[in-house]
Design a protein around this ligand. Structure first.
Ligand code: HEM
Length: 149
């Protein structure tokens, strides 16, 4: 189990950069296409890949959370310890909100094809999702024991 834990933890940690890059690229692309007058849905592969990447993080995160990580803990004084509070409550709640926003943006945009509002919807929902995700990452300077990769 130790090997699986280490492997999934590193995959989850490294994948954050893929998520962040894809979200930024999808947002820039959406606002660019919107001001360029491109009709939605033109090919929105970036939006789709960003959506997939956050869902992969959700799956990896759930496995870590429910089975492997000693940091997501349901015993003892969870709220009194900054690290267990962060991983057991704050990281989970923040990330789920961020992922729901991205998912809502993608599916709402699909239904707006007729009125061509899709690019704006993608841009706005993904941007708010990105801000929530950025705020919920255990960056090294937050002293939660996590690294850059
Ligand atoms: C876009 C979504 C997410 C991103 C970018 C993200 C990012 C991260 C990062 C950077 C770490 C630190 C890894 C390290 O270096 O130690 C981490 C840890 C963790 N994440 Fe996430 N996460 C996301 C979603 C989730 C979700 C939805 C869950 C739970 C369902 C979750 C559960 C965990 C757990 C339990 C840890 C602690 C692993 C350990 O060190 O034992 N994550 N996450």
């Amino acid at each position: 189990m130790d090997i699986l834990y280490t492997a999934l933890k590193h995959a989850h940690s490294g994948l954050r950069w893929v998520v962040l890059i894809l979200l930024v690229a999808a947002i820039v692309n959406a606002f660019g296409k919107r001001s360029g007058g491109t009709v939605y849905p033109a090919k929105n592969k970036l939006g789709l890949f960003a959506l997939i990447s956050v869902h992969v993080q959700l799956l990896l995160g759930l496995v870590l959370y429910l089975f492997l990580s000693p940091l997501a803990n349901f015993e003892g004084d969870i709220m009194g310890n900054a690290v267990t509070r962060f991983y057991t409550v704050e990281h989970l709640v923040g990330m789920v909100i961020g992922i729901v926003l991205v998912t809502m943006g993608y599916s709402k945009a699909k239904r707006q094809a007729g009125i061509n509002k899709g690019w704006k919807t993608i841009g706005v929902f993904y941007l708010i999702g990105l801000i929530v995700i950025l705020a919920s990452i255990p960056w090294p300077f937050r002293n939660l024991g996590a690294g850059w990769f």
